[in-house]
Design a binder for this molecule. Structure first.
Ligand code: ATP
Ligand code: MG
Length: 430
C-alpha cells in the first residue's frame, strides 16, 4: 500500500497523492460535499465535486458513515482556512469498510459510557491529544536521562517483597509460592546503581488502591532514577531539572495538542528551575495558617497538597519528613533522627504529588533495625542488605508518576484519561 501521511501533506502541494484513513465526518452543500479525513497523524478536508469524480464516487456521500475506512486520492491544494492548512480535490475514494453506526457522536456522553468505549474513544480529538502528550512525556524522560549518563536497567514485575507498604499489594500465584506485582522498582535500582552509577528503570507498577480518587490508578507507569553518591540536595537538583525538561519538551513539540486541549500554556512556560523547596515543617505551618484540619506528623491528603501547591506557580519540593510516614529504607537526618531525608514534589494547580523519593539508608545495622521496626521479614531482604555489606555508598533516587505528570501538563482533571486503558478498582475492561 502507499504510505503517505497527513502530517506530511505540505510535501504534496499541487501534486496528486493518496491518503489512507478514517472518515471523521462528511458535510454536503448541494453540488459539493466535504469529507474530513483523519489518519492518526492529522486531518484534512477532502472536496468532492461532480466535475472531478464519477457518479459512483460522488454518490458515496450517502454511504460513508463516521469512522468508515477509506483511501482518498486527489490533488493537494494549499488552503489556510481548512483544517491542517491544506485541502484535497478528490479524484477517487477506495472504501475499505463502511462503519456501523458509531456509538460516539458529537453529542455529550457520560464518562462511564466513554470509558466503556475507551477502545474507540481514543480516536477522539481530545483523547488523541492527551495520548500524544503522554508519548512526548515518556520520550522526554528517556531523552533527559539517556543524555545525562543514566543507563536503563529495568526491574522485575514479579517480586517477593513489598517496598511501599503491605496494604496495597496485588498477590499472584507463583507456582508453589505467592508473589506480588511490583509497587516500585526502587530496591532493584539500588542494586543496579551500585553496578552502573546512575540508572533508571521505567515500567508499569501496581498498587491495589482502594480509595477512589482522581489521582490513583491500580496500574500506572513510573520512571525511577537512582544515583550512587547523590545526597538529598543532589537528588532535588536532578528532580527539578528533570521536570523542567519534560515540561519544556512538551511545549516545544506538542503545541497543536496543547491547543486542542485549551491548556493555558503560560502556566507551563513558567516551569523553569529553581523550584521552591520547603521542609515538611514549613508546609505544615502553611496548612495551619490556611486553617486546614491537618494533623502534624501525618502525610498530606489531596486537599492539603493543593493548599500547599497553591502558594507557588511552580512545582514545590517538600523535604525532611517525619520518619513515621516514610518507608523503612529512607535515610534519617544526621541532626534529627525523627526526620527522614524524603522528597515529594507537588505539581502546581492542584495536581498533587508527581514525584516521591529521597536519600536511602546506607548503613547495614540501621537498615536491619528499621526492617524489624516495620515488621518486615528479614529473609525477604537478604539481597537488599548485601548492598550495604559490599561497598555501601550514600545514594538517592525518586519515582515520577507518568500519568499524574501528563494530567498536570495536559490540564486534565482525572488521571484515567492519561493512560490508554486505565485500571482502577472498578475498571478492568476494555
Ligand atoms: P500518594 O500519597 O499520592 O498515594 P505515594 O506517596 O503513594 O502517592 P510514591 O510511593 O512516592 O507515591 O510513588 C511515586 C510516584 O508515583 C508518585 O509521586 C505519583 O506520581 C505516582 N503514583 C503513586 N501512586 C499512584 C497511583 N496509585 N496512581 C498513579 N500514580 C501514582
Ligand atoms: Mg499512595
Amino acid at each position: 500500500m502507499e504510505n503517505t501521511y497527513l502530517s506530511g501533506i505540505a510535501d504534496y502541494e499541487d501534486q496528486e497523492a493518496t491518503f489512507n484513513g478514517w472518515v471523521y465526518n462528511t458535510r454536503s452543500v448541494g453540488k459539493i460535499w466535504f469529507l474530513i479525513l483523519r489518519d492518526g497523524t492529522g486531518m484534512t478536508q477532502c472536496v468532492v465535486t461532480r466535475d472531478n469524480t464519477t457518479d459512483d464516487i460522488f454518490n458515496l456521500e450517502k454511504t460513508l458513515t463516521q469512522e468508515s475506512s477509506v483511501s482518498v486520492t486527489g490533488v493537494v491544494k494549499k488552503e489556510p482556512r481548512s483544517v491542517g492548512g491544506h485541502e484535497m480535490l478528490v479524484k477517487n475514494i477506495v472504501v475499505h469498510q463502511v462503519a456501523e453506526k458509531y456509538p460516539i457522536t458529537p453529542k455529550e456522553h457520560g464518562t462511564s459510557f466513554l470509558m466503556d468505549h475507551r477502545h474507540l474513544w481514543i480516536r477522539s480529538k481530545k483523547q488523541h491529544a492527551i495520548l500524544k502528550i503522554r508519548h512526548q512525556v515518556v520520550k522526554a524522560c528517556r531523552n533527559f536521562l539517556d543524555n545525562n549518563g543514566f543507563i536503563l536497567i529495568d526491574a522485575p514485575i514479579f517480586t517477593a517483597n513489598a517496598c511501599e507498604g503491605t496494604s496495597n499489594l496485588f498477590a499472584v500465584d507463583y507456582f508453589e509460592r505467592s508473589a506480588y506485582l511490583t509497587q516500585s522498582g526502587q530496591l532493584y535500582s539500588e542494586a543496579t546503581a551500585a553496578s552502573f552509577g546512575k540508572v533508571y528503570c521505567f515500567g508499569p507498577t501496581f498498587r491495589a488502591e482502594k480509595s477512589k480518587t482522581r489521582r490513583h490508578l491500580t496500574e500506572f507507569w513510573m520512571v525511577e532514577p537512582e544515583m550512587a553518591y547523590y545526597n538529598l540536595d543532589d537528588n532535588m537538583n536532578l528532580a527539578e531539572q528533570f521536570v523542567e525538561y519534560i515540561v519544556q519538551s512538551c511545549l516545544k513539540y506538542c503545541q497543536p495538542e496543547l491547543k486542542t486541549l485549551e491548556r493555558d500554556i503560560s502556566k507551563l512556560e513558567n516551569i523553569k528551575v529553581p523550584f521552591p523547596r520547603i521542609t515538611y515543617d514549613e508546609a505544615a505551618k502553611t496548612l495551619e495558617d490556611q486553617g486546614s484540619d491537618f494533623a502534624y506528623g501525618s502525610d498530606f491528603g489531596g486537599t492539603d497538597e493543593t493548599i500547599i501547591s497553591d502558594q507557588y506557580d511552580k512545582p514545590v519540593m517538600v523535604h525532611h519528613w517525619p520518619a513515621e510516614v516514610k518507608a523503612f529504607y529512607m535515610k534519617r537526618d544526621a541532626e534529627n533522627d525523627n526526620l527522614a531525608l524524603g522528597l515529594d514534589m507537588l505539581a502546581p494547580e492542584g495536581y498533587g504529588e508527581i514525584i516521591g523519593g529521597g536519600q536511602r539508608e546506607d548503613d547495614l545495622a540501621t537498615l536491619e533495625s528499621r526492617i524489624k521496626e516495620h515488621d518486615l521479614d528479614m529473609k525477604d531482604f537478604g539481597w537488599y542488605l548485601d548492598l550495604r555489606k559490599y561497598g555501601s555508598v550514600p545514594h538517592s533516587g525518586f519515582g515520577l508518576g507518568i500519568e499524574r505528570t501528563v494530567a498536570w501538563i495536559t490540564g486534565i482533571k482525572h488521571i484515567r484519561e492519561t493512560i490508554p486503558f486505565p485500571r482502577t478498582i472498578y475498571r478492568l475492561d476494555p
